[in-house]
Each structure stands twice: as structure tokens, then as C-alpha cells.
Design a protein around this ligand. Structure first.
Ligand code: SF4
Ligand code: SF4
Length: 89
């Protein structure tokens, strides 16, 4: 059962299966994201970029562009001032 509280950034037990390999991933809440790009700068593996599409609030929200490189390090979630990122690992 995922922890769905707004402050939760790390959710236990939500692993995405790729065969027998579990891949970390992030999810961006597009309603919260203000496209400040702090997560893009923070990510050591260039996993994140801004989407070309608009969010409901009129921003180009952050999204994963290199999901296979995500290590689940959580740096992106720590720096996000809008608590828009959840990390699953
Ligand atoms: S969890 Fe780490 S590797 Fe994955 S997108 Fe965030 S900063 Fe990048
Ligand atoms: S740090 Fe948060 S608000 Fe800024 S672009 Fe990333 S997800 Fe959006």
C-alpha cells in the first residue's frame, strides 16, 4: 500500500518489475511542478528534463527523459521546493 501523504517522497514497496530487475523511478505531480529546473540541475545522471507539453497550471513540467539511468538517489526530490517529486525504489 503506497504512502500517499503529500510530504512523502520515498515510497516503499512500489517497485517496477523489468523481468527480475527492479528499476527506481520518479513521478512528478504536474499540478505542483513550477518548472524551476532545480531537479534537472540536481540529478547526477541527466534523467530529468522539462516536458514539451503544458501542465494544467500552464508550466512545462519536469519529466523523465532517461529513465534507465535513475538510481533512486532522491536528490531531485530533496531539492524540489514544491514537493512535486516522489521516488519509487
Ligand atoms: S532519483 Fe536521483 S537519479 Fe533518479 S531522477 Fe532523481 S536525482 Fe536523478
Ligand atoms: S524541482 Fe520540482 S518544481 Fe522544480 S522543475 Fe523539478 S519537479 Fe518541478
Amino acid at each position: 500500500m503506497p504512502d500517499s501523504s503529500p510530504s512523502a517522497k520515498f515510497v516503499f514497496g512500489q517497485k517496477e518489475s523489468l523481468g527480475e530487475i527492479f528499476m527506481p523511478k520518479i513521478e512528478v505531480d504536474e499540478k505542483r511542478c513550477k518548472a524551476c529546473e532545480l531537479c534537472i540541475v540536481a540529478c547526477p545522471h541527466q534523467v530529468i528534463s522539462l516536458s514539451k507539453s503544458f501542465s494544467p497550471t500552464g508550466y512545462h513540467p519536469a519529466c523523465m527523459v532517461k529513465p534507465e539511468a535513475c538510481t533512486g538517489c532522491m536528490l531531485c526530490a530533496f531539492v524540489c521546493p514544491d514537493v512535486a517529486i516522489e521516488v519509487y525504489k
